[in-house]
Design a protein around this ligand. Structure first.
Ligand code: BG6
Length: 493
C-alpha cells in the first residue's frame, strides 16, 4: 500500500509561477499531493511573475490550468477549496534587486516554515535570482533552491551558475532537477539491480554484449521551436536524462541509497566516459533532423517548416552515440544511446543484450540460439521483459525459439503512476537530495557533451534528414551495423 507521509509546513515560491512548467507539471503535482493530505493547512504556494495579476484572477488561472491538466475524476472540489487557500501571487522582476519587499513581508509572517525557491525560468537568471534572494534577506539555513534543467548550456556556463548559486546556498540546499530521476520505472532500476541477486553477477562486460538506451518521442518541438533550435537533442536530452540513465545502469552498487553514495558512483561513471574527439566523431555519433512525414497516421511538418526561418537550421532533433565506458566493468561493452523527436512512437527503453552461449550442443537445424535480452521499459507500458530460448513442444527434435518473460507493472500494480514532479517536489520538501543532481554530476556531464559539440563543429558535421514517423536517419542503423549489431525497436517482440 502506498504511504502518504505528511510534509512539514512549508512556503513554496515558484519563480515563473504562471509559466508552462508550472501550469503543466508543478501545480497539478502539488494538487495531487494535497488530495492525498500531505500538506499542513498553513502551507503556502507563491507564484512569482512579472505580470500584473489580481489575486482572484490568479486563482481562476490556476483553476483553469488544473481543469485542463487533470482528468475529471482527479479534480476534487473539496481539495480545490483547500488548495486555493494556499495560493498567492507576487508580481516581481527577478532581474532587479528592487521590489522584493512584498514577497519578504509575506514570507516573514511564517518564519518557521521551510522555504523553497523553485526557479522555473531561464537558467541565465538563476545566479542573479539567488543573489537577489540573499540581498532581500529571504534565505536562511532552512531554505532550499530548486533549479530546473538545463543548468547552463555548456561546462563554463554551468560552472558559473553553480558558483553564483553556491555563494548563497550550500550544496545540500541546492536541488537540481532531472525529472527522469523521479519516474517510477527509473527508480525501479535500483530495485531490479540491487534487490535481486540474479542480475548483478551478469551485469558486466563478460556477460553483456552491449547496452542500448532509447528515449524516443513522437512529438515535434511544438511551441518551443525557437528555444529548441538553440539547444538541440544533445543538450536537451543526452546531457541530462540519457546520461543519468546511463549512470544508473553502469554504476557500481552504492553501499546505500544515500545521496552521497549514489552521487559518488554516478560521478565515477561520468569520469570514465571515453571522450569523443574530432577524429572519431563521425564514426561514433549521428545527428539527424526530421522532414515532413506521417506520425501515427497523421501528416506532420518537417523541422525547418515548423521553425519557419529563412536560413536553414543545422540543429539536431535526433542524436545517436556509441559511448564507451573505460572501466573494469564495462570494457568492450558499448552503450548505444539514441533520442529524437518525431520518431515512430513515444517510448523509452533500456536494453541489455547478453552475449551468445559459448558453444551450441544443438543440431544445426534447431533454429537460432538467440542471445538473452533484458528490456527495461521506462514508458509507456512500464515493465521488464527477459527473452529466454525455449524448445517448441511436440515431436520432431529440437526446435528452439526465443520467448519473452513479461512483467508488466501497470497490469501488476493497478494504481495511478504519480508524475515524476510529485515525487521530486515531496523529496525537496523532505530535504532528501538523493534524486537530484550534484553540481559535479552536471559539470562532468557537460564536459563530455562539450567534447562532442566541439568535435561536431571542428569536423563540420551536418545533420542527416529522416522522415518523421521513422526511427531516425539511416546512419543510426549503420552505427550499430558496423559493429554487427542492430537496434531493438519497441514492439520488435
Ligand atoms: C524535457 C525535454 O526535459 O524532457 C523535452 O526538454 C522532452 O524536449 C521531455 O520532450 C521528455 O520528457 P518525458 O517525461 O515526456 O519523457
Amino acid at each position: 500500500m502506498a504511504q502518504f507521509v505528511p510534509a512539514e509546513p512549508f512556503d513554496l515560491v515558484i519563480f515563473g509561477g504562471t509559466g508552462d512548467l508550472s501550469q503543466r507539471k508543478l501545480l497539478p503535482a502539488l494538487f495531487h499531493r494535497d488530495v492525498d493530505g500531505q500538506f499542513s493547512d498553513d502551507s503556502r504556494i507563491f507564484a512569482v511573475s512579472r505580470g500584473e495579476l489580481a489575486a482572484a484572477d490568479f486563482i481562476a488561472f490556476v483553476h483553469d490550468a488544473l481543469r485542463r491538466q487533470l482528468a475529471d475524476d482527479e479534480f476534487d472540489e473539496a481539495t480545490w477549496q483547500r488548495f486555493s487557500q494556499r495560493l498567492h501571487y507576487q508580481r516581481l522582476d527577478v532581474t532587479t534587486p528592487d521590489g522584493w519587499d512584498g514577497l519578504g513581508a509575506a514570507l516573514a509572517s511564517e518564519p518557521d516554515h521551510i522555504r523553497i525557491f523553485y526557479l522555473a525560468m531561464l537558467p541565465s537568471l538563476y545566479g542573479s535570482t539567488a543573489s537577489n534572494l540573499a540581498r532581500a534577506g529571504l534565505t536562511n539555513a532552512r531554505s532550499r533552491i530548486v533549479l530546473e534543467k538545463p543548468v547552463g548550456s555548456d561546462y563554463a556556463s554551468a560552472r558559473a551558475i553553480n558558483d553564483e548559486v553556491g555563494c548563497v546556498f550550500e550544496e545540500n540546499q541546492v536541488y537540481r532537477i532531472d525529472h527522469y530521476l523521479g519516474k517510477e520505472t527509473v527508480q525501479n532500476l535500483a530495485a531490479l539491480r540491487f534487490a535481486n541477486s540474479l542480475f548483478e553477477p551478469l551485469w558486466r562486460h563478460a556477460a553483456v554484449d552491449h547496452v542500448q538506451i532509447t528515449v524516443a518521442e513522437d512529438l515535434g518541438t511544438g511551441n518551443r521551436a525557437e528555444f529548441y533550435d538553440r539547444t538541440g537533442a544533445l543538450r536537451d536530452m543526452v546531457q541530462n536524462h540519457m546520461l543519468q540513465l546511463l549512470c544508473l545502469v553502469a554504476m557500481e552498487p552504492p553501499i546505500s541509497l544515500s545521496h552521497e553514495e549514489l552521487r559518488n558512483e554516478k560521478i565515477k561513471v561520468l569520469k570514465a566516459l571515453r571522450p569523443i574527439t574530432p577524429d572519431n566523431v563521425k564514426q561514433v555519433t549521428v545527428r539527424g533532423q526530421y522532414t515532413s512525414g506521417a506520425v501515427s497516421g497523421e501528416l506532420v511538418e518537417g523541422y525547418q517548416e515548423e521553425l519557419g526561418q529563412d536560413q536553414p537550421s543545422n540543429t539536431e532533433t535526433f542524436v545517436a552515440i556509441k559511448a564507451e565506458i573505460d572501466n573494469w566493468r564495462w570494457a568492450e561493452t558499448p552503450f548505444y544511446l539514441r533520442t529524437g523527436k518525431r520518431l515512430a512512437t513515444k517510448s523509452s527503453e533500456i536494453v541489455l543484450q547478453f552475449r551468445p552461449v559459448g558453444h551450441s550442443i544443438f543440431p544445426k537445424d534447431s533454429g537460432e540460439l538467440e542471445p538473452n535480452r533484458l528490456v527495461i521499459r521506462l514508458q509507456p507500458n512500464e515493465g521488464v521483459q527477459l527473452s529466454i530460448v525455449t524448445k517448441e513442444p511436440g515431436p520432431g527434435g529440437f526446435r528452439l525459439r526465443s520467448l519473452p518473460l513479461n512483467l508488466s507493472f501497470s497490469d501488476t500494480y493497478q494504481v495511478r503512476y504519480p508524475d515524476a514532479y510529485e515525487r521530486l517536489l515531496m523529496e525537496v520538501l523532505r530535504g532528501n537530495p538523493a534524486l537530484f543532481m550534484h553540481r559535479e554530476e552536471v559539470e562532468r556531464a557537460w564536459e563530455w557533451i562539450d567534447g562532442i559539440i566541439d568535435s561536431w563543429q571542428q569536423s563540420r558535421m551536418k545533420t542527416q534528414n529522416y522522415v518523421a514517423g521513422t526511427w531516425g536517419p539511416t546512419d543510426a542503423v549503420r552505427l550499430l551495423d558496423r559493429d554487427g549489431r542492430e537496434w531493438r525497436n519497441p514492439h520488435d517482440d
